[in-house]
Each structure stands twice: as structure tokens, then as C-alpha cells.
Design a protein around this ligand. Structure first.
Ligand code: GCW
Length: 695
């Protein structure tokens, strides 16, 4: 065959199979925009959406136009006109009252105040006697969020004959923390390498930076820290700040603000100083000029995130100063620029008096309440230990009434099976987000940075083609965005919405996918760390760390002995960590009879023969939990098989393979832990028959 004809033939083939191949590899996340496959809906949409009017000018409006054209062309499978005025019914008008004459004339009175700077309205309105859909906001970025939401309604086949949505976010700053190192590696990342190619910046901008921003904006994420909290001082060097500025410029129109994780010893490492004492005039002068340099390059720089005096990181304690003194020094410097200092409360380490590590953050931070400047946030992990499969809420929430606290969640599955286990995290996050202790934090006074509330999630994205390693890990990125916007949302509703956008609108598939998702977290808890156990995994900071079972090396976390199992944190005989909780939680956790069984071994050392609510002894309940966890994963495998042919083969097989591996892991966890604990209990291992349970 003639070579050039072969080449043409291959190109044709690639064009032909291209979109299908890419559609199924997960790269498009929940932004796939396939043609609506429900004929009645498609007709409704085609009748209701005929043209788009975007009157505003500027980069954000360009992005809005591009996204709507891309989305609507895909979903409706027809080209859409960009109009300048309302010529026919079915015109979609997008913008703000300031930028759009059409929107200004509608006088949407409930917009200001309720929506805030980021909210939006999507509403069916009559404009110039024609039925139109209006997407209105107070700022262009709100119109962008509204446009994404509108496309998502269509992707989920929602009825749009009379829409009236008015949505403003509950958290002002909804941010991702990337634990990425400057050399392209990352800490606790399980989806390939870091997305940020520092060596290519600022000249070369990888196309994924834009797709990342699109994905973030589509779920309302508006802030990010690109570098690891175990920071490298080099990220504050002029060379790296220029690189960061290029990213900030690219992401600004998407509404994404950049922050930096700052290393406390930077004045010594980058400068010529011999100290990093926050009260030293030379140190203050160094940070001042650094801060000014940053704002010169990035005028809307968000501020600093700091991990200090924890796990070997330097900090103000090295100089006999407190966290407040450290945070306030930086806060004063970023304040004139509207910046924020986010100071992490995840502290533990050497020279600490209390043997029970989970008490340390409270002990160090509560006495500092009222001493932090008003543009400081103290960033607190959801639980008091460290992103375990399940933890009770961190008692710092509610304990510092004069300080703004913000929650740090972990989207990356450090302790929940990396990118191998299917584990939908929204139900776990909801346990803390719904707690009155946390909800109180959202009503504190805004600071000089304008923020009343922040929420941070440790990101799970990397260079893997599907961004998150496991296709279902995308759901956790999505759910984080949704809950950051509105923490009162229901986990199952988010799961179903994600399944519709990401996979299909087929009713059986949505029901099955969301069913697996909703059961997944508890299943993982059961086969890893049931009944309030924690940290039974292997140690290590590399890729394999915190993955496999290793209870024998974790005595100090589970305290197993001949009499029983669990960590005594009671007031009478234990470490009295319960004393850090307000009433009624304190008494509830302290009492063996009222402590919820999901936290039992977190707070109590319990006799092997203790009677559980099920009627089983603790030992039998432990065996049952591990067996139940394994059984659940076995069922996920069976349920998933019912989806063959309902979703594309590529993603079907990928998930199927991971579920098989998860089952092998679950069995390994069960055997290892049950055998190990049997060495203490000396009791027989019960077998459980789950065969009568339906799927
Ligand atoms: O969960 C632990 C991780 C560390 C991490 C630390 C932290 C960034 O094992 O890798 O360091 O928490 O949150 O600072």
C-alpha cells in the first residue's frame, strides 16, 4: 500500500476512534457533555436553549462562552448561536448587572447579599416578551459557577421548564492543599506525579493547568496551595515566585487564588540570617520584603499556609515563641494586601509532656485563643489523630471561640487504600460537617481578609490520565467541592449526581454505583480499623506506607493485651482525652455504656468478653466486623458485574480490576488483624454466614 494513503487511513481511523477512546479514559471527569440519550429531554432542551448572550467582556466571560458552547454543542448535538440580543425565546443570558444591560433591567432583587461574591441565580425569566433562562451573579466568577451548574443540570437530565435556583457558598474559601514537592514527587499522592512542572515554568504552560482550573471551577473551588506543607524554602525564591505568578495569571479568570506553604526557616535557608525567631527585627524585615516581592508579582496572592513545630518541621517554638507569635508576625505583613495566614494545628512531636498524642493540639492551641490576629485561621484536621479511616470530631472545634478555625479534610486516601480501594468519603466528612461543634465555626466574625469561613482538602490529583488514580477517587474531589459549597448536602445525592455526570443516566447504573459508594467507607473501616481502632497500617512515608496491615508494629495505638483491646482515654483510669470535649459529648464518650460503638476502642480499653449491642462479645464483634468488611467488598464485586455493558468497557474493566485487588486486600487485613488479636484474646475465631443477606 502507498505510504501516504496508509498515513491518511490511520489519521482517519484515529479521528474516528479518537473521541470514544478519550471519552472513556476518565480524563474528562464529570465534564463529559455526551449527547443527551433521552429523546424527550433532548427535545425539551433543544426547544428551551437556542442562543447564548454574554454581554460582559474579559477572560472569565471568554471562558464562560467557551464552556457553554462546548457543553451545549455536545449535549444537544447541535451548534449554538452566540447572540448579542434576545431575538427568540430560548435565549440563555449570562452575566452580572454591572456587565449586562439585559440582566440589569431584570432587577433580580434577591441577588445582592444572599448570593455573596460567588453565588448565582439560574432562573426562567421573560425578557423582551420572550421566555429565556438567566444565569446571573454579582461577579463574573459567579456567572462561571452558574454556567457550570446549568450544564450539570442538563447532563443529569433535569427538568428545566421552570428553573429557579439561587445558590451561594457556605464557605468563603474552598481550597485544595497539594502536598506536592518541587521535584515532581509528592507526599501521600497516589495518582502519578505532581501536575506542576516547575522546571518548565514560567515559560511553558502545560495544557493540564487549564483543565485543572476548569475542573476546580466547575465545583466551586476557589483557592489552592501548590506545594507540600512539609515545605521547601526554595518555593519562596524569586525564581519560583515567578513560576507561581504564571500559574496565578492563568487561574485568575477561573476564580482560583494561589497561596504558598511557607517553610519557617526560610530566612535562614534563603537569606543570610542565623535565626528565624519571629520577634527578631532582621527576620521580620526579611519576611516583609519577601511578602512585598510576592504581592508585586501576584497582587491577589492569598497568603501563607504554615506547618510549624510538627513532625520535625521548624517553627517559632525553636526560639521559645508560640504559634500565635509566629502566625501574627506573618499576618501583620500580609494584612495590608488583604492576605491570610493559615496556621496548621496538626502538631505533635518530641519534647511533649503528654504521652497521648491526640491531646497535644488542644493543649497547645486552646491557651492561645484570642491571641491570634484577625487575618489568621487555625487549620484543624477533622479528627484529633491523623486522617484515620474513622475518627471522632477534633475537640478543637468549638474550643477556641475567639479564633477562626477551618477544617482540613484529606481527599487523597492516605489511610484508606490509596488509589486501589473504592472509598467514597462524603459520608465520613458529613459526620464532622454536620456536628454542631463544627457548624458553630461557620458563624464567626469575618477577619480583615474578608473571610468568615474556609475549608481545605488535601488534593488527590496527579499526572495519571484519569487525574485521581481510581475512577471513583474522582468522586471525592467532586464531593469535596460540593460540600465546601454547601455542607448540608446529602452524600447520596452527591454520589448520584456524580454518577450521572461521570458515567451514565441509566437508572440501574446510578442506583448500583451510588449503592456501592454509600456502603464503601463503612466496609473499609470494617476490614481495616473497626470499632474505633486506628493506625493498624504499616508505617513509612513512601508509596507503600500506610497501606498494608501491620497491627504488630502498632501496639501504642491499639493497646491489645490479655484482658482486652483499645486505648483508655477515660477520665477515671485513662489519658482523659475525653476531657477535651464539651458536654454532653464528654460524658457520653467517657462512659463505656453510652460511648458510640463506632468509637468504642478509641476511648476505652474493653474487656474481650464485653457484651456489645448486637449481643456478641467484643471479640466476636471484632471478628464479625472484619468478616462483614470482606463480605461487603465481595458484594461490590458482584454488584459491579451487573454494570457490564452499561458503562464503557475501559472504565468498567479498570474498576473491576481494582475491586478484585481490594477484595484480596480486605482478606489480607482480616486474616492479619484477627490472627494477631487472637494472640491476645486466646478465643476462637468465629465464622459468620452472610449468605442469606441480599445484595
Ligand atoms: O497524615 C500525616 C502524613 C504526613 C503529612 C502529615 C501532615 C504532610 O503521614 O505525610 O505530612 O500528616 O498532615 O502534616
Amino acid at each position: 500500500m502507498n505510504i501516504s494513503r496508509l498515513a491518511i487511513g490511520l489519521t482517519g481511523l484515529a479521528l474516528w476512534i479518537g473521541p470514544a477512546v478519550f471519552a472513556a479514559d476518565g480524563y474528562d471527569l464529570w465534564l463529559r457533555y455526551p449527547k443527551i440519550d433521552d429523546t424527550a429531554r433532548l427535545e425539551q432542551y433543544r426547544g428551551a436553549i437556542k442562543a447564548i448572550v454574554v454581554e460582559g467582556q474579559g477572560d472569565t466571560y471568554t471562558i464562560i462562552k467557551r464552556e457553554l458552547q462546548r457543553g451545549l454543542t455536545g449535549l444537544l448535538d447541535q451548534k449554538l448561536a452566540l447572540a448579542t440580543q434576545v431575538r427568540e425565546p430560548g435565549t440563555v443570558i449570562i452575566g452580572t448587572a454591572q456587565d449586562s444591560r439585559l440582566i440589569a433591567q431584570l432587577k433580580l432583587t434577591d441577588a445582592p447579599g444572599k448570593l455573596g461574591p460567588d453565588g448565582f441565580i439560574i432562573r426562567t425569566c421573560v425578557v423582551d416578551d420572550k421566555a429565556c433562562i438567566v444565569i446571573a451573579a454579582n461577579r463574573p466568577v459567579g456567572a462561571l459557577y452558574g454556567s457550570f451548574r446549568f450544564l450539570q443540570l442538563l447532563q443529569a437530565h433535569r427538568d428545566i421548564s421552570q428553573i429557579d435556583i439561587c445558590a451561594g457558598p457556605k464557605h468563603d474559601l474552598r481550597m485544595l492543599n497539594h502536598w506536592d514537592n518541587l521535584n515532581g514527587g509528592g507526599e501521600r499522592g497516589y495518582a502519578g506525579y505532581s501536575l506542576w512542572k516547575w522546571q518548565d515554568l514560567p515559560q511553558r504552560l502545560d495544557g493540564r493547568y487549564t483543565d485543572y482550573a476548569r475542573a476546580c471551577a466547575s465545583i466551586g473551588i476557589n483557592g489552592m496551595v501548590p506545594n507540600n506543607v512539609n515545605a521547601d524554602a526554595k518555593s519562596l525564591s524569586t525564581e519560583y515566585l515567578r513560576k507561581l505568578a504564571a500559574l496565578a495569571d492563568l487561574w485568575r479568570p477561573y476564580g482560583i487564588k494561589v497561596f504558598l506553604a511557607a517553610k519557617w526557616s526560610a530566612p535562614k535557608e534563603l537569606g543570610t540570617l542565623s535565626t528565624a525567631d519571629p520577634l527578631d527585627v532582621g527576620v521580620i524585615a526579611w519576611w516583609k520584603s519577601k511578602t512585598e516581592e510576592i504581592y508585586g508579582l501576584i497582587p491577589d496572592f492569598g497568603g501563607f499556609l504554615v506547618k510549624a513545630n510538627s513532625e520535625g518541621q521548624p517553627g517559632p517554638y525553636d526560639y521559645g515563641r508560640t504559634h500565635a507569635q509566629g502566625a501574627n508576625m506573618l499576618a501583620e505583613l500580609v494584612r495590608p494586601h488583604g492576605g491570610t495566614v493559615i496556621w496548621r494545628a496538626f502538631v505533635y512531636g518530641k519534647d511533649k509532656p503528654d504521652a497521648d498524642r491526640i491531646k497535644q493540639a488542644y493543649q497547645e492551641f486552646v491557651p492561645l485563643d484570642g491571641l491570634f490576629k484577625d487575618n489568621v485561621f487555625v487549620q484543624v484536621k477533622n479528627g484529633p489523630l491523623d486522617f484515620q479511616p474513622r475518627e471522632p470530631i477534633n475537640p478543637l472545634f468549638g474550643a477556641m471561640p475567639k479564633t477562626r478555625l477551618n477544617m482540613e479534610l484529606q481527599i487523597t486516601q492516605e489511610y484508606l487504600g490509596h488509589s486501589v480501594y473504592l472509598c467514597y468519603l462524603a459520608p465520613m466528612w458529613k459526620e464532622v460537617l454536620d456536628s454542631p461543634l463544627y457548624l458553630g465555626e461557620l458563624d464567626k466574625k469575618p477577619g480583615s481578609d474578608g473571610y468568615q469561613s474556609i475549608i481545605a482538602g488535601v488534593a488527590n490529583v496527579g499526572t495519571d490520565r484519569n487525574w485521581c488514580g481510581h475512577h471513583f477517587a474522582q468522586a471525592n474531589w467532586f464531593a469535596f467541592g460540593r460540600l465546601a459549597w454547601d455542607p448540608s448536602l446529602d452524600s447520596q445525592a452527591i454520589a448520584q449526581e456524580w454518577a450521572r455526570l461521570t458515567f451514565t443516566n441509566d437508572a440501574h447504573a446510578i442506583a448500583t454505583i451510588s449503592e456501592i459508594m454509600m456502603r464503601s467507607w463503612q466496609a473499609n473501616v470494617n476490614f481495616m480499623t473497626p470499632l474505633g481502632l486506628n493506625t493498624l497500617c504499616n508505617a513509612g512515608s513512601g508509596d507503600e506506607g500506610h497501606y498494608s496491615p501491620s497491627p504488630a508494629t502498632r501496639q501504642k495505638f491499639h493497646h491489645a493485651d490479655k484482658t482486652g483491646l483499645g486505648y483508655d482515654r477515660t477520665s477515671a483510669t485513662g489519658s482523659n482525652a475525653v476531657g477535651q470535649y464539651p458536654e454532653p459529648l464528654r460524658t457520653q464518650f467517657d462512659d463505656l455504656d453510652t460511648c458510640p460503638e463506632k468509637y468504642l476502642l478509641w476511648f476505652h480499653h474493653v474487656d474481650w468478653d464485653h457484651r456489645m449491642k448486637s449481643g456478641r462479645t467484643l471479640w466476636d464483634e471484632l471478628c464479625w466486623s472484619y468478616a462483614k468488611g470482606v463480605q461487603e467488598v465481595r458484594q461490590f464485586n458482584t454488584l459491579w458485574q451487573t454494570l457490564e455493558g452499561k458503562i464503557d468497557a475501559q472504565r468498567y474493566r479498570h474498576v473491576q480490576d481494582r475491586l478484585k485487588e481490594q477484595l484480596e486486600q480486605a482478606v489480607l487485613w482480616q486474616r492479619t488483624c484477627v490472627d494477631y488479636f487472637q494472640g491476645f484474646s486466646g478465643r476462637e475465631i468465629q465464622e459468620f454466614d452472610f449468605s442469606s443477606e441480599s445484595l
